[in-house]
Ligand binder design. Structure first.
Ligand code: SF4
Length: 225
């Protein structure tokens, strides 16, 4: 596998936000979202065998009752690498709770059912609309989450309509609406979280607001957190 970084932090997003978590960030992505905050994972990386990934991860996770048992496989796009399902299998076999963050462009049905899938649907202002693999709708379940990063009212309208049309609230455990976070270097604007909340409440949507906790705790441009 080609890996950009393995690190321990807290989970910043989704229904497990705030929990200690080990992250495995795989290198490479076939999309180019306008507001991508992990462009450093597009290229480079270091080759690891599965055993080497597990050894580094276990050294970070620790032993006994203080072991960090939550692991997130992320990227880049982790499903571009053919060994990702095998990595998930090994982590599950070791007793970890395994999450994966994926763009929605790849089919998540290749993963073990027990993996908690956080699947993006790219909105128009991501610059990567219409990339979602609709087969993913039948490959997710009540322990999974579907996420929209929303940068504008146009994105919000798309996310609201997609959520209703595909009855997402009945398919997955959570539908997450996350405001795009403004680039610290000013390359793209963010969406005010309060504005997004007002739209959600006005429409009475069955969704959860998602904020990236790590960007409030550390410098938003910081890697490895
Ligand atoms: S899919 Fe994820 S890693 Fe790839 S460009 Fe979009 S935000 Fe960045």
């Amino acid at each position: 596998m080609v890996i950009t970084e393995i690190f321990k932090s807290i989970q910043g997003e989704g229904t497990r936000a705030g929990l200690p978590c080990i992250f495995v960030r795989l290198t490479g992505c076939n999309l180019r979202c306008t507001w991508c905050d992990t462009v450093y994972a597009f290229h480079g990386g270091k080759k690891y065998s599965l055993d080497e990934v597990l050894a580094e991860l276990n050294a970070l996770a620790g032993d006994g009752p203080r072991r960090v048992s939550l692991v997130e496989i992320t990227g880049g796009e982790p499903l571009l690498q053919t060994e990702t399902p095998a990595l998930a299998e090994r982590l599950l076999a070791e007793g970890s709770t395994v999450m994966i963050e994926t763009s929605g462009e790849r089919f998540v049905g290749v993963l073990p059912r027990e993996v908690i899938k956080i699947v993006d649907v790219k909105c128009p202002d991501s610059g990567e609309p219409d990339t979602f693999d609709l087969a993913n709708l039948d490959a997710v379940g009540k322990s999974d989450e579907i996420k929209f990063v929303i940068a504008s009212r146009r994105d919000y309208d798309f996310a609201r309509d997609f959520t209703a049309r595909h009855e997402l609230a009945d398919r997955v455990g959570q539908v997450l609406f996350s405001p795009a976070f403004a680039d610290p270097q000013g390359r793209w604007p963010g969406l005010d979280a309060r504005q997004l909340v007002e739209w959600i409440l006005a429409d009475g949507l069955p969704v959860r607001l998602g904020l990236q906790l790590h960007k409030f705790i550390w410098d938003p441009a910081m890697k490895g957190v």
